[in-house]
Design a binder for this molecule. Structure first.
Ligand SMILES: Cc1cc2nc3c(=O)[nH]c(=O)nc-3n(C[C@H](O)[C@H](O)[C@H](O)COP(=O)(O)O)c2cc1C
Ligand code: SF4
Ligand code: SF4
Length: 321
């Protein structure tokens, strides 16, 4: 059997999980290939019997993964699975992504999610989910990969009971949908707009923001230079801040440059309530106590040096560490 895992990852959590899923699949004797979403195309899907789709949770899937799934050609019952990592609000991902994959003719044989640390400018550091994905999560990811590779031929042979049930539409899903709808109804990025100061920009020596904008919103080779969804700034409502986090020179700032001061000592009650409930059901394993969550230090205060973060090294060779 040949399996392909298509993943997107900004801060490395989904990447770590994708690798373990890949290793689990490989240890069943199957051929497996990992590929970053930006290198994937629809034609290559034809060569594989089982496809995995993985991304961080941004309400549901990330906009680039959403767009890729949205344009998929008909898959005639091909087997796939999906997975994600997330912070405190994980419940919308599968109720949205699984039906979207099915709509394109995939037989979605399984899905699984894991908590991950969160790197957003105004979010507390340490975050509620800090420490995930840990070794236990990664072992689970390995086992999930094995399960998907072992189940796929058995399902083809008629054991349809192995297919995971439809994702549940429960009260938590609806509650999270309310929280997320409220965020999405904000016509711009609630963090403000990101702007670029050409005086401080190191282009053409640096191309980090261009290379890593998932939306392809940045092209500094053009005249005039293009930055963000507006051409001169980015206020996309997905709350992305990746270029701002990665920029080494401080050329990218928020406009107005509020530096997320309003996030200091601001507990997120809806997030905490969801986590408490998920801890009770055993879904969430708390690795840091609530009183150690960094309310006083939103990320950009906890890590004031530029760049705020670096693109993690992500190799698609399963033998390379
Ligand atoms: C722009 C943005 C939006 C996010 N939205 C959510 C969300 O709606 N629900 C959630 O649980 N986590 C959310 N997160 C947290 C990420 O899903 C989590 O950190 C994930 O593990 C990151 O994966 P990565 O390291 O592979 O990029 C968001 C993170 C970012 C940067
Ligand atoms: S990351 Fe910053 S310095 Fe680099 S090209 Fe973009 S704006 Fe310029
Ligand atoms: S915030 Fe930056 S990286 Fe994110 S979509 Fe906008 S321009 Fe692209």
């Amino acid at each position: 059997m040949k399996a392909l895992i298509i993943y997107y990852s900004q801060s490395g959590n989904t990447y770590k999980v994708a690798r373990q899923i890949g290793k689990g699949i490989r240890d069943t004797g199957a051929d497996v290939k990992l590929i970053k979403l930006k290198e994937a195309d629809y034609e290559m899907l034809k060569e594989y019997d089982l496809i995995g789709f993985g991304s961080p949770t941004w309400k549901a899937d990330t906009p680039n993964m959403h767009a890729f799934i949205d344009k998929l050609p008909e898959q005639d019952g091909k087997h796939c699975f999906c997975f994600c990592t997330h912070g405190t609000l994980p419940h919308l991902y599968f109720p949205i992504v699984v039906p979207n994959l099915k709509r394109h003719g995939f037989n979605v044989i399984g899905y699984k999610d894991w908590y991950g640390d969160v790197y957003m400018p105004g979010m507390p550091k340490p975050y509620y989910t800090c420490g995930h994905p840990d070794d236990i999560d990664l072992r689970e990811a390995y086992e999930f990969g094995k399960e998907m590779a072992e189940n796929s031929p058995r399902i083809t042979a008629g054991e349809e009971g192995l297919i995971y049930p439809e994702p549940e539409m429960n009260a938590k899903v609806f509650r999270q949908a309310m929280i997320c709808s409220n965020m999405l109804l904000c016509p711009t990025n609630p963090q403000g707009a990101f702007v670029r100061d050409p005086e401080k920009c190191l282009y053409p020596k640096c191309t980090i923001c261009m290379d890593n904008c998932m939306m392809g919103y940045i092209d500094l080779s053009k005249d005039p230079q293009v930055f963000g969804n507006r051409g001169d700034k980015c206020d996309d409502c997905h709350e992305c801040s990746y270029c701002y986090m990665l920029c080494p020179s401080g050329a990218i700032t928020t406009d107005p440059d509020h530096k997320f001061a309003h996030d200091i000592n601001a507990p997120h009650e809806a997030f905490e309530k969801m986590l408490e409930e998920d801890e009770v059901t055993g879904k969430f394993r708390r690795l840091i106590p609530l009183d150690q969550v960094g309310y006083a230090t939103p990320y950009v205060y906890w890590h004031p040096e530029r760049p705020y973060m670096k693109v993690p090294k992500m190799t698609d060779d399963l033998d390379e560490e």
